[in-house]
Design a protein around this ligand. Structure first.
Ligand SMILES: *Cc1c(COP(=O)(O)O)cnc(C)c1O
Length: 394
């Protein structure tokens, strides 16, 4: 199908990236091959020079992977996509492509933990300096600017506090200082938030989460807005090597067919669960972008279609209550990650962030009673009943 920009997201989810193939199979074959033949020496030379279309070697491009790249680029209204072996491979490829020794990057303090560690433990060794900022504060971002600032890197909403960056304002700052704005759009998916519309230069996804949606693949994607960015990123990805395998690409592409319907149900379920939690006497605070009590609810309405599938809430009882809740749920699964069809629940203070000191946790606004849910697409009353019976045990 012609994946024209004029189609809606619902139609693009089903059809984007899929091209007619030799046998007219509705679902194109999986090109499970590492390398491709040339018809003759002249053909080989022409493909290498880019004078004729064709494939050479799967790390450099593969039709199954390209179909997925086209699909996500189309959903993000971007120029072209670059599929990577993980979200981290996508982030690393973008950093390697744009940052050089002596450069400075402004990064949100609430980005995915390994992104922070990549900057602190790897890129700092290459002479790249990072300032971490509160992305909800434009003053904080502005005052972090240095003459050598090359990139503003944000993830919005941030995890697990669901702090939101004003995309248009961040892109204005980036433009003013001659830096690029990179947005990790994993938590929203292209269905809920379109960062290019607000001036982002590059978008990143961990497709492990909502895009694939079935908790069975690890994969990432970079979306470029211009051919110039695409060429630089493609060259870098070829060299650093984090390319996605064809089988994984096929699975993610299959997952995307239901992306728009899944997102709708994730959001609808999350809204109902957030309202339930907000009125529960054992819950001190419920953080959900769709609640009027979220301090940035108005900004969310401006830059998102709906409010996503992620909820954080704080139990009155602290760390012991968190553990009891984890041990009490039956339907919600105790696991990290997010964005799958199944509801996942986790308690950062006793699980993902248990190795951090309490002081550092509190600095990151991870209180002892904080719980995060990635709301799945199960029957919402049954999810609520599960949480309800577990809260009774506290
Ligand atoms: C999971 C995640 C990543 C990393 O993706 P992987 O596929 O696990 O490498 C990056 N950013 C966000 C927001 C994530 O949730």
């Amino acid at each position: 199908m012609e994946t024209s920009k004029n189609y809606s997201d619902e139609t693009k989810s089903v059809h984007a990236g899929i091209k007619d193939n030799e046998n007219l199979a509705v679902i194109p074959p999986i090109y499970q091959t590492s390398t491709f033949k040339f018809k003759n020496a002249e053909h080989g030379a022409a493909v290498f020079k880019g004078e004729e279309p064709g494939y050479i070697y799967t790390r450099m491009g593969n039709p199954t992977v390209e179909a997925l790249e086209d699909a996500v680029a189309s959903l993000e209204n971007g120029h072209k996509g670059l599929a990577c072996s993980s979200g981290m491979a996508a982030i690393n490829t973008v950093f390697s492509a744009y940052l050089n020794s002596g450069d400075h990057i402004i990064c949100s303090e609430t980005v995915y933990g390994p992104t922070t560690a990549l900057l602190n433990d790897v890129y700092s060794g290459f002479g790249i300096e990072t300032t971490f900022v509160d992305i909800a504060s434009l003053e904080d971002i502005n005052s972090a600017v240095k003459p050598n600032t090359k990139m503003i890197y944000i993830e919005t909403p941030g995890n697990p506090t669901l702090v939101v960056a004003d995309l248009a304002a961040c892109s204005e700052i980036a433009r003013k200082i001659g830096a690029i704005l990179v947005v990790d759009n994993t938590f929203m998916s292209p269905i809920l938030q379109k960062p290019f519309k607000f001036g982002a230069d590059i978008i990143i996804h961990s497709m492990t989460k909502f895009l694939n949606g079935h908790a069975d693949v690890v994969a990432g994607m970079i979306i470029a807005k211009s051919e110039e960015d695409y060429k630089l990123l493609r060259k870098t990805l070829n060299l650093v090597g984090g390319f996605l395998a064809p089988m994984e690409a096929f699975l993610v592409h299959r997952g995307i067919k239901t992306l728009s319907v899944r997102m709708e149900i994730h959001c609808r379920n999350a809204m109902k669960i957030a309202e339930y939690l907000e009125n529960h006497q054992k819950v001190k605070k419920t953080i959900y972008l769709g609640l009027k009590s979220h301090p940035q609810h108005e900004l969310c309405k401006k830059q998102m279609k709906y409010f996503g599938g992620m909820i954080s809430f704080e139990l009155k009882g602290g760390i012991e209550s968190g553990k009891k809740l984890m041990n009490g749920v039956k339907l919600c699964q105790l696991a990290v990650s997010l964005g799958g069809v199944e509801s996942l629940i986790q308690h950062p203070a006793s699980m993902t962030h248990a190795i951090m000191s309490k002081e550092d946790r509190l600095k990151a606004q991870i209180t002892d009673g904080l719980v995060r849910i990635s709301v799945g697409i199960e029957n919402v009353d049954e999810i609520i009943a599960d949480i309800d019976q577990a809260l009774k045990m506290i």
